[in-house]
Design a binder for this molecule. Structure first.
Ligand SMILES: *Cc1c(COP(=O)(O)O)cnc(C)c1O
Length: 388
């Protein structure tokens, strides 16, 4: 459990820089040392030392776990080897016969875990449009133990009303898990809105530099903390000391990066919506977005992710591969602008009928707006779209 008084009164752009302890308690080092060790010497039987084996606890990883808990305003944070390892840890709370309600627009790997993997162990699920509270309510069964929602969703940018979902979850004694990857705690803190658990692909905005795969779970209670300590020890997917250090360093510039991602994304969304080759633009920061008001209510920003459709599917490959600075690559949330084709990349595992239902078509492109000079980005986009 973190000591919440540590950075009380400081705003989040200071917290990201200072970290949790700020300096190494042992040496005063201002950069968190990398405790590159697998094991720790014991001082006696039942000596009660905090550190024994790095799969369970490691000082470098603990600094990062405490930092993410502090940023999300949770009770404890757990760094994992990937976002999907963090998602797996959450679903591992469920047992045979339990039921989970999920957003029908969801990261492909999360879909695979629940629809292809956990189903083999008797965990049932229902996919719903997560911005439709009545649909969520209607999907709740006596055995529903969890609502799992991305917001905004990947890739359609649908926004769930987190407080409303929390009310529904509480009424049914279910846990609310929010995947906060797209906005990061800089713009949105689901636990403050009633979520029980926050998960992240830390690979994206938190690490921010396309150099590490990492994931997080943050919890709002000591009971949940105990569960994830157990999971960390038992599933064995805790982040390494070296990667923990890299992500801690990445987070130092989170505030600056998120502001720049957003500033660039707003300009790019405006450019795209007026472009003759573009059909629809999905960006939560556009006033015409269906969830603009909910977004403004629950988040302090709109982030750097845009999806858009082309009017024609003819030259999608040429558009994707003709960028000079915008790279055709999977992933998102780093300093470089990346463009992705969800149909064959991130969301290939989603069945066609669900893809069609949510609008994930062969003309949909997902654009992670980087922190480069915005005029350079827009010039590049314009050139790419000339191939459409
Ligand atoms: C990328 C992503 C994940 C999976 O994270 P990895 O770090 O790639 O394992 C989960 N959820 C969302 C919303 C993502 O974008």
């Amino acid at each position: 459990m973190i000591d919440k008084s540590k950075r009380e009164g400081l705003s989040i752009d200071t917290k990201v820089v200072r970290g949790y302890d700020g300096v190494d308690p042992l040496t005063g080092a201002v950069s968190t040392p990398i405790y590159q060790t697998s094991t720790f010497q014991n001082t006696g039987i039942n000596s009660g030392i905090k550190y024994s084996y790095s799969r369970c606890n490691n000082p470098t990883r603990d600094q990062l776990g405490n930092l993410i808990a502090m940023l999300e305003n949770g009770v404890a944070g757990f760094p994992f080897t990937s976002g999907l390892a963090a998602v797996l840890a959450c679903f591992s709370m469920l047992k045979s016969g339990d039921h989970v309600v999920l957003s029908n627009d969801i990261y492909g790997g999360t879909y695979r875990q629940i629809a292809e993997f956990f189903i083999k162990y008797g965990v049932k699920h229902t996919f719903v449009p997560i911005d439709d509270n009545d649909a969520v309510e209607a999907a709740m069964l006596p055995e529903t133990k969890m609502i799992f929602a991305e917001t905004p969703t990947n890739p359609m940018m649908t926004v769930a009303d987190i407080s409303k979902l929390s009310e529904i979850a509480k009424a049914h004694k279910a846990l609310l898990v929010i995947d906060n990857t797209f906005l990061s705690p800089y713009f949105q803190r689901p636990i403050e809105l009633g979520a029980d658990i926050v998960v992240h692909s830390g690979t994206k905005f938190l690490a921010g530099h396309h150099d590490t795969i990492c994931g997080f779970v943050v919890v709002n209670s000591s009971d949940l903390e105990e569960h994830f300590e157990y999971i960390t020890k038992t599933q064995g997917a805790a982040l390494s000391p070296m990667d923990s250090w890299l992500v801690t360093r990445g987070i130092k510039t989170l505030a600056l990066r998120m502001e720049r991602h957003q500033e660039n994304a707003l300009k790019c969304a405006d450019f795209l919506k007026n472009h003759p080759k573009v059909d629809k633009v999905f960006y939560v920061g556009l006033p015409e977005h269906k969830s603009y008001e909910v977004s403004k209510k629950q988040a302090s920003g709109f982030g750097g992710m845009i999806s858009f459709t082309l009017k024609s599917n003819k030259n999608v490959n040429e558009v994707l591969t003709s960028g000079k600075i915008i790279m055709f690559a999977e992933s998102l949330g780093g300093v470089n602008s990346l463009i992705t084709y969800p149909l064959t990349q991130t969301h290939w595992s989603i069945p066609e009928e669900i893809r069609n239902e949510i609008g994930l078509t062969d003309t949909l492109l997902r654009f992670s707006v980087g922190i480069e000079n915005c005029e350079d980005i827009i010039r590049d986009l314009d050139n790419m779209l000339s191939f459409a």
